[in-house]
Design a protein around this ligand. Structure first.
Ligand SMILES: Cc1cc2nc3c(=O)[nH]c(=O)nc-3n(C[C@H](O)[C@H](O)[C@H](O)COP(=O)(O)OP(=O)(O)OC[C@H]3O[C@@H](n4cnc5c(N)ncnc54)[C@H](O)[C@@H]3O)c2cc1C
Length: 443
């Protein structure tokens, strides 16, 4: 049994593809399709479909919303909450919690913009500095301070860097328990600082660490978190953070606000924001805090690190990328792109289409569910430019797109668009670059 899709009702919004926990749904030709092998009838997709196009076999389509509508109608905000309500999709009882209403932004209590500086295995995630640059703009807009937060062990070398990239204050918890990254102790350390100093806004990179620890922190603080933002803004009147990210399968950009609880928390994709200027020797206030936990308080232990040998582990740092899409037709044609990449000293990457076709590995995928890149040059070969691809590469410095469809979306973001057959254009480009680079011609 699988979820049934009424194609007449489906508007191809992609909400179900995002909600499905087993990735059984996808959009094909603008309509939802279900992979019968993956679908497990959980029915989560039913709860988000805006047109009731989905239903479970032998059951009528459900009304929108997760809760029993009758139970909802009986609820009054002033009444005590019932202990549980029915999850309308699954029929299970769900425990209820009342959202905490915290003081509004701009009150005396919650103030300041914080950036979590990610320092793991002796390396700083550069997105931390990008966020100090973005944090500066937000702090200036609402007239508050900008601080960096460092949790880890032996972190002293990071502190002057945080000041150099613009932090006015740096909060530090330095403790042996924080030597290796683990969710629990890192979340505990961050929560202890947040609870004590009550910042208005906290930003962190949407790296694997950020994506792991920030939901835990947000849950402990009972506040909202917008993950994977690509644009941030702020309303100077209300001090509400405007957190923009792709939504509904990337078909729209949604701006999300956290109106009723504090702090406002976002993770932001690496290489989307500009790197700020580094001012050597800039100073600020250093605040060190104790961490009153020890090893026995935590459930996980790091036994060893196994270094990945994936040759594309650094795709997000590549300066020149040759990226391929389904227009290539077959895996054997990858050689065309490989030759071009070799001549240019470029890194090979591709669209999800190319990855799903088995031509590339997932760590080579550029886009919303892959890597965000910001190279100096991005050459897109036979890629249509779906929004989910564009969000991962459109901030590249210079984009060259080769496509035989003059209407392809990729051409709209390209600095140079070459309309034509890639099988003629790519070998010609490779030969020309080879010739010029051999003769030392720079452009
Ligand atoms: C939740 C979700 C997340 C997603 N995440 C990502 C993601 O991270 N990254 C991503 O890329 N996609 C992602 N997608 C998929 C995305 O929507 C597109 O399906 C995908 O990007 C299409 O890949 P493509 O451009 O290679 O293929 P197509 O869309 O099929 O485009 C092929 C292009 O090649 C051109 N072409 C064909 N033959 C030639 C030729 N001989 N010469 C020149 N041009 C030619 C065609 O005109 C066409 O424009 C996601 C989708 C969803 C729903």
């Amino acid at each position: 049994m699988t979820v049934l899709i009424d194609k007449a009702k489906c508007i191809g919004c992609g909400a179900c593809t995002v909600e499905c926990p087993v990735e059984a749904l996808d959009l094909v030709d603008g309509l939802a399709v279900v992979d019968a092998k993956k679908c497990n009838d959980l029915g989560k997709c039913l709860t988000v479909c805006p047109t009731d196009a989905l239903s479970l076999p032998n059951q009528p389509a459900k009304p929108k919303g997760k809760l029993d509508p009758e139970a909802g109608a009986k609820l009054n905000l002033k009444d005590p909450l019932p202990e549980s309500v029915k999850d309308y999709a699954t029929g299970n009882e769900k425990k209820t919690i009342r959202a905490q209403v915290a003081p509004v932004a701009g009150g005396d209590v919650w103030s300041g913009v914080w950036v979590i500086i990610e320092y793991t295995n002796g390396k700083i995630a550069p997105v931390s500095w990008e966020l100090l640059g973005e944090g500066r703009k937000l702090a200036d807009a609402i007239g508050c301070g900008l601080s960096g937060v460092i949790t880890g062990h032996m972190v002293d070398s990071v502190i002057p860097e945080a000041f150099a990239y613009g932090a006015e204050k740096v909060y530090v918890i330095d403790h042996p328990v924080l030597k290796d990254y683990r969710t629990e102790p890192y979340a505990e350390a961050m929560v202890s600082l947040i609870t004590k100093y009550q910042p208005e806004i906290i930003l962190m990179g949407a790296t694997s660490v950020g994506r792991d620890v920030f939901p835990a922190v947000a849950t402990k603080m009972q506040t909202g978190l917008t993950a994977d933002c690509t644009v941030l803004g702020i309303d100077p009147e209300t001090k509400l953070l405007l957190q923009t990210r792709p939504a509904f399968g990337g078909n729209i950009m949604a701006t999300i606000m956290c109106r009723t609880s504090r702090p406002q928390m976002s993770t932001v994709r690496p290489r989307v924001m500009e790197m700020p200027e580094r001012v050597d020797g800039r100073e600020g206030e250093l605040i060190r805090e104790e961490f009153n936990s020890n090893e026995s308080d935590f459930h996980t232990k790091v036994l060893e690190f196994i270094i990945s040998d994936a040759k594309n582990a650094f795709l997000d740092k590549a300066e020149v990328i040759v990226s391929v899409g389904l227009g290539l037709g077959a895996k054997r044609n990858l050689v065309l792109a490989e030759e071009l990449a070799e001549v240019l000293g470029a890194t090979l990457a591709g669209s999800r289409g190319a990855v799903e076709a088995g031509w590339l590995t997932h760590d080579q995928q550029v886009g919303q569910s892959g890597v965000t890149v910001r190279p100096k040059v991005y050459i897109a070969i036979g890629i249509s430019g779906a929004i989910q691809h564009l969000v991962g590469m459109e901030t590249s410095d210079f984009i060259i797109a080769i496509n035989n469809d003059p209407e392809a979306s990729i051409l709209k973001v390209a600095n140079y668009g070459i309309v034509g057959d890639l099988f003629q254009i790519v070998p010609a480009l490779t030969a020309e670059f080879k010739k010029r680079l051999q003769h030392g011609v720079a452009n």
